[in-house]
Design a binder for this molecule. Sequence first.
Ligand code: AMP
Ligand code: ZN
Length: 464
Amino acid sequence: MRLQLYNSLDRKKSEFNPIHPGKVGLYTCGPTVYNFAHIGNLRTYIFEDILKRVLRYNDYQVKHVMNITDVGHLTGDRDMGEDKMEKGAQREGRTAWEIAEFYTQAFKSDIAQLNILEPEIWVKATDTIDEQIALIKILEEKGYSYRTGDGIYFDTSKFKNYTRLSHQDIESLQEGARVEKNPAKRNATDFALWKFSPEGVRRQMEWDSPWGTGFPGWHIECSAMSMKYLGELLDIHCGGTDHIDVHHTNEIAQSEAATGRKFFNCWMHGAFLIVAGGKKMAKSEDNFLTLHNAFVKKGIKPLVYRFATFQTHYRKPMEYSEESIQASRNGLQHLQNQVRQAAQNSAGQKGTVIDEYKTRFLEAINDDLNMPRAMAVVQEMLKSRSGDADKHATIIDYDRVLGLSLDQVDKPDELPEKIKILIAERQAARDAKDWAASDRLRDMIQDLGYTVQDTKDGIKVIKN
Ligand code: AMP
Ligand code: ZN
């Protein structure tokens, strides 16, 4: 079965065909690095990782670009409110640049712990300011922008079919029911391309531009970066469902206005992680859980979360609860035991991937990434009468998509280089009787998912 994907543009599943045969350009909106990612954000990144792996499983060569939003968006969706980076900097008594660097590394560590493959290209918004300015200039030349007291805005009324992706009713949108009103805007849906630094204020992050010192609007970076790094390969663009109405709608409007060509053929959106009562997990709510707090600190392997997300289709909301995570913890352990058993029973004999089950797995994942169905196929295959060596070969083949490190179940956990270094530093601190440094290093090791114990036989390190 050929790969079918649900495209938010026409709200249906259809056969996926890339622009250039065999190659796929994939752009996924990355994190805003003013705080830790929460496990809701991470659900979206896992869905995108599954998409990428499924494309590869279908023999496509994938060029994946992810941005790091290190320029402060404003806290309101519509270009009003405080700057997120500067707010983060104030909160922590560090510079906006330090905040960006710290949370970028934290994000990279989170995704590594979830076996999310890194994009081929990472790109920071602050590294493409020139490209963003160039794009705004084109929009200005073509008459799509106008100037207000606080910035340069995109005039959405000049762009035909502005709500093509969101399918919203433009009339009611313009009335601006849910919109923070900015009286200087011509239409409620207009958005900032460039914001001026306020008079007499020196922002930590600001740049010169033909319109005055300031910083780019929220949406322009993704347009500039995807065009720069994907060129012609504008195949799939992803994010969470909250990006449909504003961020992605605006990306399409400004990109197509500038180039006169279609901007990305396929738009895919992951549904929310919600908490009991149906509330969305959000950075602004007190229901915010990080991978560290919800998993690592409690001694639960982050891959349990990856496994947990497979139980719900990516287009359906997933409810987080400690009970469901406990069930996934048992589920993953059971799967690992099954794989270990199959490996032991095959006693070094090399099996072959079972055709019938490969086809059934492919049918599930190619049906718009139906992971719950794929996981059912995994269980049927493992419980089938096939030989253990073949079962083992088949599950290892599936793991190219699952990404659960099922080829490692027999191996004792090798310590990552970073942990080895921290352990050595901690030992040096202890030798120097610097107990404060030793405790700090122990906490850092704990934060990375390992517990250090000092026993009479020396140091013992346990993976949480
Ligand atoms: P942000 O760092 O806020 O730009 O969000 C990063 C990604 O997470 C975006 O693709 C969002 O759409 C997505 N996202 C935000 N909240 C949730 C949630 N509760 N569940 C799933 N995805 C989310
Ligand atoms: Zn984006």
